[in-house]
Every structure is written in structure tokens, then in C-alpha cells.
Design a protein around this ligand. Structure first.
Ligand code: MF3
Ligand code: CO
Length: 251
């Protein structure tokens, strides 16, 4: 499928979807304390998204059972919120949120520390975020997609961490997942040339140890094979004639 170029009217709707997504993450950030369950976080996010007049993008997507993904420590992505999963001091939790309104989606993720975490976990969170910003320096019309991927990979690996390969970023719009696939590593292809009006969910997923993952028997939760921690950072990014616009990052 060709990469969709969004028109101004569609971009306006994506800004709204992005804003609701970003606000939901901001709201959740303050709720990350030892003792809260991932189920409670899911309910907080779902209520807020619905109050905004939007729908949670993930609920029902390929049968996904919740409104957000909550992936703790060695869990990479797609962790399912549960009443049995209680956050504890020293955990790191990646929260992935999507909001759907006026027929368009927003998609974003952050990794948060629960209380005080080890210096290594702290560094993983910081490097993952840094790799996103290194990547989107190349999110400019006329560049090839691989320039984003390469900058992400170089930032992560220069810091001694690894890039997850089994999951990638994606185009986003009327559908949560659109073309192009956006690897966070060099895959030997230049990828498409970026054009104004393309909207990309750029989402580095990283690990302290191996990049290899396996999916738990719930059919969703991806964990690192060596059990070492993983982090995730994602925003929905609009390509413009100039600087990229981060639709899910609120200032
Ligand atoms: N940001 C994730 C992704 O793009 C969230 C999807 S969760 C799902 O894959 F449940 F919707 F699959
Ligand atoms: Co995504």
C-alpha cells in the first residue's frame, strides 16, 4: 500500500487525536507509584480518552483486550493490564496509548521509573528517548526513511544497548498501522523518500541485553529472551516542509 499523504483538514484531526494521546500519557505519568495496578492505569486512561470524546485505539485491535499496553521491566511491548500486576519500587514501565477521534489515530509511548530505579535502567530510559530525538532530526522532506532508522540504531548501540528488531514503527492515520514500516535499525534498504503530509509513529524499543524477544502464552506480551529490561519511546510525527511536528508531545 502506498504511503498516505494527509491533507490539512486530516492533519487537523490527527493533531486532536495526538493531543488526546499525549494528554493521557501526561495524566498517567503522575499515577506511576508503587502499589498501583496496571488495571487501574488502564481504567484511568480509558475514562480520560472517552471523556475527550475519543476511543482507545488499541481496544479490540486484532482482539487486544485493553485500552493501553503496560510493559514492565523485561516486557518489551504489548503487556496486558491486569488486576494482579502491582507496580513496585524499582520497576520500569512502558505505557503505550492510542486515541481515535474523527476517524484518525494518535499513538505514543513512554517508559517511566517507579520510584527510584537502578542507574542502568535510568540510563536505558534516557538513551531510548534520546534515540527517538536523534532519529527525528532526519524526519524531513527529501530524506530517506533509513536515515531515521540509522540514527536511532547508532544512538542506542553507541550507549551499549540493543535495538529490538521484531517490532517496528509505522505510518498512522485512518488506520493505527499504515505503511511504511519503520525499523529502528538498518535493514539494507533506503526506504521511501519522506514527503510533507506523511505521518509516522516512530518508536524505538530497546534492551539492556539481547534484542531477541519471545511472546508469552497470553499471545501478546513480548519479553526479552534474557530477561533483561527493555524500554520504549514513541510519538506520532508529521513530516512538514520544515521541522517535523510531534503530534503527541505536549509542551
Ligand atoms: N504502539 C503499538 C503499536 O504500534 C501499540 C499497538 S497495541 C495493539 O504496535 F494492541 F493495538 F496492538
Ligand atoms: Co505504534
Amino acid at each position: 500500500m502506498a504511503i498516505k499523504i494527509k491533507r490539512e483538514q486530516q492533519i487537523k484531526k490527527m493533531r486532536l487525536a495526538g493531543e488526546i494521546t499525549g494528554r493521557t500519557l501526561n495524566l498517567l505519568k503522575d499515577k506511576i507509584v508503587p502499589g498501583i495496578t496496571t488495571f487501574e492505569l488502564d481504567k484511568i486512561a480509558e475514562s480520560y480518552i472517552m471523556e475527550c470524546g475519543a476511543l482507545p485505539s488499541f481496544k479490540g485491535y486484532s482482539g487486544y483486550p485493553a485500552s493501553i499496553c503496560t510493559s514492565i521491566n523485561d516486557e518489551v511491548v504489548h503487556g496486558i493490564p491486569s488486576k494482579d500486576r502491582v507496580l513496585k519500587e524499582g520497576d520500569i514501565i512502558s505505557i503505550d496509548v492510542g486515541a481515535y477521534i474523527d476517524s484518525f489515530h494518535g499513538d505514543a509511548a513512554r517508559t517511566f521509573a517507579v520510584g527510584t530505579v537502578s542507574p542502568e535502567k535510568q540510563r536505558l530510559i534516557a538513551v531510548t528517548e534520546e534515540s527517538f530525538f536523534a532519529g527525528i532530526k532526519y524526519a524531513a522532506a527529501g530524506n530517506n526513511l533509513c536515515e531515521i532508522s540509522s540514527a536511532i540504531q547508532d544512538t542506542v548501540e553507541r550507549n551499549g544497548f540493543s535495538v529490538i528488531r521484531d517490532y517496528v514503527g509505522h505510518g498512522i492515520g485512518r488506520n493505527l498501522h499504515e505503511d511504511p514500516a519503520i525499523p529502528n535499525y538498518r535493514n539494507g534498504r533506503r526506504g521511501p523518500v519522506l514527503k510533507p503530509g506523511m505521518v509516522l509513529a516512530v518508536e524505538p524499543m530497546t534492551a539492556i541485553g539481547t534484542h531477541r524477544v519471545r511472546v508469552l502464552s497470553d499471545g501478546w506480551t513480548a519479553v526479552t529472551k534474557d530477561g533483561l529490561p527493555s524500554a520504549h519511546y514513541e510519538n506520532t510525527v508529521l513530516i512538514t516542509e520544515g521541522e517535523p511536528e510531534l503530534l503527541t508531545l505536549l509542551i
